[in-house]
Design a protein around this ligand. Structure first.
Ligand SMILES: [Zn+2]
Ligand SMILES: [Zn+2]
Length: 292
């Protein structure tokens, strides 16, 4: 169970941009990134040198991941990502980010590093795969770009491949994972879907959905039911915010049974941005995820 193919996501986002005037900016940025990712997704191997959605490859990765209890992303070889595609796409992503006018100076410097070859994009991919915060931090400091934007750029390169891997992962395996971080890409989810009284954590980055312990904070692991609470959202019965009074962090929960219009996969976080405002008002902290 992964996110839909890039082409389909693009169609949905284009439609939603017409309907959701309140979300023009985040949806617009998302659309631009999808347009760039379409180039990756249109290559037969999704921007890699291997067939990353080959069932045997995915099965092997799943086995390693379950044995070591580490997300699949740790077992990917950075050199499986095609250098030409990666460098071309990363420059395009940085250009889109520059247009957003956030951290412009740093991003321009980063772009010049990428253009001159001073920065080895596959080294950066490797750091992202291994969750090597120190290496990411070094590049970020050197170029003066926020680490989150750097991770966003690398994320855009590896996302199509991870979406395919999540799509080929065995659902029963995802149910056996029983950890808060995404079993495929290692990210901490911002959203969950409630289905038949079971809470599934949703990774909007790769599309993995996996069963979670209702009475456990996804951020700090707190299991004390008296300190795990929820916030109802006014006039929106299909949504709630599950939060932990110990770490003050939260997860946005979509109650499928009460949902009027379905929320397309991959868009759960953007389409519930209003919940982040409610959470902020309640003095809760949003976990800064890799993709933000
Ligand atoms: Zn994921
Ligand atoms: Zn907590």
């Amino acid at each position: 169970m992964g996110n839909p193919p890039v082409q389909e996501q693009l169609k949905m986002v284009s439609l939603l941009i017409q309907q959701r005037k309140d979300l023009q900016n985040p949806l617009g940025l998302y659309k631009e990134i999808l347009q760039i990712q379409l180039e990756i997704d249109n290559t037969p191997t999704k921007g890699t040198n291997i067939k990353c959605d080959d069932q045997n490859v995915v099965d092997d990765l799943q086995r390693k991941s379950l044995d070591a209890k580490k997300p699949i992303i740790h077992f990917l070889d950075p050199h499986m990502f095609n250098l030409d595609v990666s460098s071309k796409v990363s420059k395009k992503v940085v250009r889109v980010l520059i247009e957003q006018n956030v951290n412009k100076k740093g991003l321009e410097k980063l772009l010049s590093y990428l253009e001159s070859g001073r920065l080895d994009i596959l080294k950066l991919v490797e750091a992202a795969l291994r969750e090597d915060i120190v290496s990411i931090g070094k590049v970020a400091e050197e170029s003066g770009v926020q680490p989150a934007l750097l991770l966003f750029t690398v994320g855009a390169l590896i996302q199509p491949c991870l979406e395919r891997i999540a799509g080929k992962s065995d659902p029963s395996l995802l149910d056996k994972w029983w950890q808060a971080t995404c079993p495929v890409c290692g990210r901490i989810p911002a959203v969950a879907r409630l289905k038949h009284n079971k809470r599934y954590l949703v990774c909007t980055f790769c599309g993995a959905e996996y069963l979670s312990d209702h009475f456990s904070c996804v951020h700090c692991g707190n299991k004390d039911p008296y300190t795990l609470k929820y916030l109802a959202v006014e006039a929106q019965p299909a949504f709630q915010i599950d939060f932990c009074t110990k770490c003050k962090r939260y997860i946005k929960v979509i109650n499928e049974a009460k949902l009027k219009d379905p929320i397309p996969k991959g868009l759960e976080d953007i389409l519930t941005l209003n919940l982040d405002f409610s959470a902020k008002e309640a003095d809760l902290i949003r976990e800064t995820d890799h993709s933000a």
